[in-house]
Design a protein around this ligand. Sequence first.
Ligand SMILES: Nc1nc2c(ncn2[C@@H]2O[C@H](COP(=O)(O)OP(=O)(O)OP(=O)(O)O)[C@@H](O)[C@H]2O)c(=O)[nH]1
Ligand SMILES: [Mg+2]
Length: 422
Amino acid sequence: MESLDLNNPTVLGAIAAVAALILIGIIIGFVRARKKRSALEAPAPAPPEPEALQEERPKIEVPEAREATAEPTQPIQIEDLVPGPAPEPLPTLIPEPTVVPPPRPPADLSAFRSGLRSTRGNLISRLAGVFRKDRELDASILDEVEEVLITADVGVHTTQRILQALRAKLSNGELGSAEDAWEAIREESRSILASSGGGLAIDHKPTVILVVGVNGVGKTTTIGKLASRFDRQNKSFLLAAGDTFRAAAVTQLEVWGRRVGCEVVKGKDRADPGSVIFDAIQKAKDENLDIVIADTAGRLHTKVPLMDELKKLGRTVEKALGRPADHVLLVLDATTGQNAIQQAQLFKDALPVSGIVLTKLDGTAKGGVILGIVDRHEVPVEFIGVGERVEDLKAFDTESFLEALFEAPEDLESSAEAANAS
Ligand SMILES: Nc1nc2c(ncn2[C@@H]2O[C@H](COP(=O)(O)OP(=O)(O)OP(=O)(O)O)[C@@H](O)[C@H]2O)c(=O)[nH]1
Ligand SMILES: [Mg+2]
């Protein structure tokens, strides 16, 4: 091979040209690397936001850009070839926080859970015993399920409805596992309770709520709890002491009135309850109040004259208001079981009962009655009482009720064991 003649000006010129080209290449590469680094160090501009969101969205702290390693996409640069400080890693792009719609107010699941504790211990753990994991589900489970539901006060009619759903699934081969059986019962219960928990509409001024029920079920206590609820919602309201039968009943309502700071309209001793409620409605109209809650005397549903008096009360409200009471809440004591279903029938015969308040769920192992009442009477449950404190009145929520009543299947075996042990 011929050696290069360095004395040859043409060769020298060519070498100088190549050297110059290499130098220019190095300088260009260096400048591009600097530009790229400074671009990455600058904070990424946030994408423009729609105006509406800028107003509504809560300020969310975006954390500092975290460091992360990233492969350079550019061809190898001069810094890669010469020793020096390690190239700074690329920052990770933090995605824009998504705007999540405000969640529904959390249903008070723990209150439902504690209110239904005894029911769950009875109904659910016994059903878990029937739907044991090691058992093949066939028609033989139906009798056992029937017995459990009847003893949990679900009632004959509603028990048959649930059994019918299980039977249909068995014959279609859709009841392969314990989980399928739970789901079938949950589904049927959901459809029974579908109309419940809609909430009381307060869309008249005044909205009149008549509270009725047999003796001692918790009417006056429920009114006090409701008043406190309306107070928290900044509603204006007054209470009508329509239980003129006992002086103590008026005093009891007055205590609640003082507690929430509202007026209690009362009559003279043994006054006609109709006249007290009439006056209360008139006063609420004059003062442009939002709500009147009227207490009534407890009455045995089987006593015809007392039920006739209730019908008359309904007519008086209509006269004062120009329309029937906006809500007639029937208070039922869950511990009375099947009797509550019979009470509901007779009160419905006297007045257009629009909703049920089921009290004392905390004190019974037979909360299954709720399914029986709603299924039998097609009247929604609006509130449940799970204790004596003011916060123990809960707006009924079907999903929370079902979730609290039917535990997650994985917990059921331990429930079944507990039931077998007891
Ligand atoms: N454990 C429990 N007790 C309750 C509940 N609701 C009411 N009570 C209690 O039941 C008792 C009777 O409540 P009242 O509100 O006086 O019942 P009422 O229907 O107005 O009674 P009368 O006016 O006599 O017909 C009281 O001791 C209440 O504290 C509840 O949800 N759970
Ligand atoms: Mg009372």
